[in-house]
Design a protein around this ligand. Structure first.
Ligand code: PPS
Ligand code: ADP
Length: 528
């Protein structure tokens, strides 16, 4: 199918074809697919056509009957509808591959670009490598299947069974026992070799250091390879059956010459039966820690009342956040040490405390008190007060919706940078719009923690205070678009803390915020 014949948009308009190759940096999911196409982990030579994608979603196979679990598509912005050749670049702009477009097609759902999945326009076609990928974290560990095959041939072990363990989560003792038992059970008396496929994001090392810290407890000569497996939810706009991710992992593991694959799930979560996998998906019996004897054993051998329950991922996160040590019966000390490095306690993690509320609600007063308390607790703090920001960072902006949003995004940007460097940012703008607050939350949470405080003083109280006489002027029509009077304030539904300062002394409101920060672990428990 030619690109130009398919460049009709659903609204009937036409986009003229381009001849010169255009440059485009795919989104994170398509970049992850691209790397797996280029390194041979996928048996595909490019991005899927509408027919291929539909067949994969519906039947779990390509139109020619080859089993394949998830659509591998390239979402692009509308401007590329007429492109015939596209240079796909990495996030730094370096060319990775050239796509010869065979079809430009519109997926059913037409969500805004940026979310990747659900976006209307996709480009299909063969790709030709320009240059091996250099970007991304863990690059030296991102071996191609052919590299692993080559290593195994040189070592003379190419004919031995290979158990792939695909994981993005650290391996604790329970899982390590299961891997060793599974590897012993496969093949002859020598058992299987083990290949850990470490699933990590392209732009960060993820949990890789903690996963590799278990090396000494894995069978000797266990290999580690890093890759980024897109999940079926990222790859498709349609809900796919739950086993599609397991199937993708199994296909990729087979490309790495694995004969068996193990997909460990956290304790307490069942590992689903996977049908139609290209290699056996093993489900070794669970192990349990016998609290009386202080020993790990196959779970069937331990009486239920003696089983020490393993913390789940959320509990592990919380222990790390509070700076507690992970118990040594549960995880090897080296894994625990890597985990506490990767997930430092909240007293060392950056945080943005974002106060929102009407003018006169008490944001600045509370923010100043909280900043002082945070300083006394020994942390560095930057106060981004609404009034002050408007005089400096956002000088010249009005109170239109667009300017308010720009003001809040600027505050969010600065707060995210402070948070990234482990500081405490305290922001106190009105921030009347929920969507903009959500954007700031997202921005900050990429770098650290976000704590939203709604200073929920009722309008009547704010108006009665009218410290600056602004409400009177707004009522008299002298200040247009005044929040709460002639402009909206969207009450937060996602606040970590709601403060009503009405009837509360200033010190009480400040103490309430500080207590919440202490309870959450961001401040050491007592003031110095
Ligand atoms: N039209 C209108 N609406 C609301 N507020 C107004 C307006 N005009 C001026 N002011 C004064 O500006 C302060 C609010 O600025 P912010 O930057 O916090 O507002 S926003 O978040 O961008 O909506 C706000 O300060 P606070 O009282 O500290 O909230 C007001 O003093
Ligand atoms: N519990 C309280 N917390 C904060 N401010 C309070 C409280 N009780 C009364 N106030 C008064 O309310 C006013 C709030 O003003 P301000 O902090 O500038 O609000 P905003 O920054 O939200 O416009 C101050 O005069 C403050 O003394």
């Amino acid at each position: 199918m030619s690109a130009s014949s398919d460049s009709n948009r659903p609204d009937g308009s036409n986009v003229s074809p381009q001849v010169e190759p255009v440059e485009f940096t795919p989104g994170a999911t398509a970049l992850a697919h691209l790397e797996l196409i280029l390194n041979g982990a996928y048996p595909l030579s490019g991005f899927m056509t509408s027919e291929e994608s539909a067949s994969v979603v519906k039947h779990g196979q390509l139109p020619d009957g080859t089993p394949w679990p998830v659509p591998v598509t390239l979402p692009v912005p509308d401007e590329l509808a007429g492109a015939e050749r596209v240079i796909l670049t990495d996030p730094e702009g370096a060319p990775l591959a050239e796509l010869t477009v065979s079809e430009a097609w519109w997926s059913q759902t037409d969500a805004p670009y940026g979310r990747e999945v659900g976006h209307g326009l996709r480009l299909a076609g063969e790709i030709r490598i320009c240059r091996p990928p250099m970007h991304g974290a863990l690059r030296p560990m991102r071996l191609a299947p052919s590299d692993v095959r080559g290593q195994r041939e040189i070592e003379g072990v190419a004919d031995r069974p290979l158990l792939a363990v695909v994981t993005g989560r650290p391996l604790h003792h329970g899982t390590l026992h299961r891997i060793r038992a599974a590897a012993e059970d496969i093949g002859d008396s020598r058992g299987a070799e083990v290949l850990v496929l470490v699933d990590a994001p392209l732009d960060s090392e993820g949990m890789a250091p903690a996963i590799m810290a278990a090396e000494s407890l894995l069978p000797s000569r266990t290999r580690f390879v890093a890759l980024t497996l897109p999940t079926s939810a990222q790859a498709s706009d349609t809900a796919l059956p739950p086993d599609r991710d397991a199937l993708l992992a199994a296909h990729v593991a087979r490309a790495y010459s694995a004969t068996h694959v193990f997909l460990p799930h956290p304790a307490g979560q069942p590992e689903p039966e996977v049908e139609g996998a290209p290699i056996p998906v093993v489900r070794p019996p669970r192990w349990a820690y016998d609290a009386r004897d202080g020993l790990w054993c196959p779970a069937v051998q331990v009486a239920l009342e003696r089983v020490e329950p393993e913390p789940d991922d959320g509990e592990v996160e919380e222990m790390l956040a509070l700076g507690r040590e992970l118990p040594s019966w549960f995880t090897p000390p080296r894994v625990a040490a890597e985990l506490s490095r990767l997930r430092p306690p909240r007293t060392e993690r950056g945080i943005t405390v974002f106060l929102t509320g009407l003018s006169g609600s008490g944001k600045s007063t509370v923010a100043r008190g909280v900043a002082e308390g945070v300083r006394r607790a020994g942390r560095t703090v930057t106060l981004l007060d609404g009034d002050v920001v408007r005089r400096l960072l956002s000088a010249g902006l009005t109170f239109s919706k667009a300017d308010r949003d720009l003001n809040i995004r600027r505050i969010g940007y600065v707060a995210a940078e402070i948070t990234r460097h482990g500081g405490v940012a305290i922001c106190a703008p009105i921030a009347p719009y929920a969507a903009t607050r959500a954007q700031v939350r997202e921005m900050v949470e990429e770098t650290g923690d976000f704590f939203l405080v709604h200073v929920a003083t009722p309008l009547e109280v704010c108006e009665a205070r009218d410290r600056k006489g602004l409400y009177a002027k707004a009522r008299a029509g002298e200040i247009p678009e005044f929040t709460g009077v002639s402009d909206p304030y969207e009450v937060p539904t996602d606040a970590e803390l709601t403060l009503n300062t009405d009837g509360a002394a200033e010190e009480e409101s400040v103490a309430e915020v500080l207590a919440a920060l202490r309870a959450g672990g961001w401040l050491a428990s007592e003031h110095r």
